[in-house]
Ligand binder design. Structure first.
Ligand SMILES: Cc1ncc(COP(=O)(O)O)c(C=O)c1O
Length: 477
């Protein structure tokens, strides 16, 4: 190695040591940090003008610049009072796994490139399949997120159920609460919007079975080919779980594929208390499960599981001449045969490290606690007659709405609730977004961060109430 590289490596070592100490100190006090420090316009303008240099710049200078101008204004999705979207539960263990994996940069496309890393991935897939109750012939793959997991599973569904021209006449059933990545995935794999039936949901935002049955009967009577139902195990809006056992019976009756989008909720399988809420998940043909949602992982860590691994092989197997020498044996199945990617990072290793160092019982406890926090928010809000619970706490999510004294019109209430979300988010104390449920603008809290305390919940709800009252008084005066 030349002396210049060695000198650069020495500087990297020095800066990385400093970075690690600073980062750990930051995370030890994250609750005292604002959720985000928006970048000032000057910084953004400078960054926009920044050239890609022809000559090397001092590493220390680049490092400082990136810390100050790029990383410091990022929204902290792992902040204990980040309650919007699906908060990140990422633990420093996952970050440590990221750093270690990226340092060695394994090319996790096949077994020969890293037999131990391949074994870790296979063991984790096997473990997750067993938790879901899938049979021995099941399998799966680590992918970058729930969207790609859904896309991969739906591709397998299409290829398993539809031959050639049948695709044109096929229909797939989702609910009005299904995540948008499903429609996106269906579009990518060639389905038109008219081929997607949006089934309404019931009072707890679960797919309505009577409506699904009616839609199926109609499509069959009109000569169409129902080929898949996408059930949700933990919807993004309300944490609802669709009736999977009943959906599976319909799938059998009409020869359809049942995909379960468990990107958010499949982690409930680790909870002794809530795993029963996923009854029927074992009947799925495929399942998406994000480890970067509720299994403490940094982003880019999800799995797609299938009841029969051969279905992934059927859709994705590739045998170009330049990969022949990378195959473990003539008929071995490699990771590139199971999904769309060839070069891929070893995403399973950080999850392995986290599970080994944490244990599944503790993670189950974290999940139970996340659910309890949403229940606490519901309890406090439900006691105040000026507020209404729109959907009770389900799996760490609660939806509610300021209703004032009941005399304001729905449109005015929509605006007030929007304003409350904006105010609390802009205050930097907590982040809450609105969503739409049954035509109303509602406030939504997802409380799954393991570091969120009861005090965080109480203080956030108190501030919401103060903001609602202050706004109403201002409007009245
Ligand atoms: C239920 C559900 N499915 C799929 C996704 C998409 O996952 P990702 O953002 O990892 O692509 C999400 C994201 O929030 C989700 O909540």
């Amino acid at each position: 190695m030349n002396t210049q590289t060695k000198e650069q490596n020495r500087q990297i070592e020095e800066l990385m040591k400093e970075f690690i100490s600073q980062t750990v100190a930051f995370y030890n006090h994250i609750d005292q940090e604002p959720l985000s420090r928006p970048a000032d316009q000057k910084t953004l303008k400078n960054l926009a003008k920044h050239p890609i240099p022809a000559q090397a710049r001092p590493l220390r200078e680049v490092y400082r610049e990136m810390l100050q101008d790029v990383y410091s204004d990022a929204l902290l999705c792992q902040h204990p009072r980040f309650f919007s979207c699906i908060p990140s539960t990422a633990s420093l263990l996952s970050w440590m796994g990221d750093v270690m994996t990226n340092a060695y940069n394994p090319h996790a496309s096949c077994q020969i490139n890293g037999p131990s890393a391949a074994l870790v991935e296979e063991k984790l897939i096997h473990w997750m399949c067993s938790l879901a109750g899938f049979p021995e012939k099941s399998g799966g793959l680590f992918v970058s997120g729930g969207s790609i997991a859904n896309l991969t599973a739906l591709t397998a569904a299409r290829d398993a159920k539809l031959a050639g021209r049948q695709r044109e006449n096929a229909v797939v059933y989702v609910s009005d609460q299904t995540h948008s990545s499903v429609a996106k995935g269906l579009h990518i794999i060639g389905f038109e919007p008219e081929q997607i039936r949006i089934v309404p949901s019931d009072f707890l935002f679960r797919m309505d079975m009577d409506a699904l049955k009616a839609a199926l009967r109609k499509d069959v009577s009109e000569g169409r080919r129902p080929f898949a139902v996408v059930a949700s195990a933990g919807t993004t809006n309300t944490g609802s779980v669709d009736p999977m056992t009943e959906i599976s019976a319909l799938c059998r009756k009409y020869d359809m594929w049942m995909h379960v989008d468990g990107a958010f909720g499949a982690s409930l399988l680790l909870s002794q208390k809530y795993r029963q809420d996923l009854a029927g998940i074992h009947l799925a043909d495929s399942l998406s499960w994000d480890a970067h949602k509720w299994l403490l992982q940094t982003y880019g860590c999800s799995v797609v599981l299938v009841r029969e691994r051969s279905n992934l092989v059927k859709s994705f197997a590739a045998h170009p001449e330049y990969l022949k020498d990378s195959q473990a044996s003539e008929d071995s199945i490699e990771f590139w045969d199971l999904g769309p990617e060839l070069t891929r990072p070893a995403r399973s290793l950080k999850l392995w490290l986290t599970l080994q160092a944490t244990g599944t019982e503790q993670i189950g406890g974290i999940i139970d606690r996340g659910c309890a926090m949403a229940q606490l928010a519901e309890k406090i809000i439900g006691r105040n007659p000026r507020w209404e619970i729109i959907c009770p706490a389900q799996h760490g999510v609660v939806n509610f709405r300021y209703r004032s004294d009941g005399r304001l019109r729905e449109r005015e209430l929509d605006e007030i609730n929007h304003r409350i979300a904006k105010e609390i988010t802009e205050s930097g104390f907590a982040q809450i977004y609105t969503t739409q449920l049954k035509g109303k603008t509602v406030l939504r809290m997802c409380t799954i961060n393991p570091e969120t305390t009861e005090r965080d919940i109480r203080e956030t709800v108190e501030r919401l109430m103060e903001m609602a009252n202050a706004g109403t008084e201002k409007a009245a005066s």
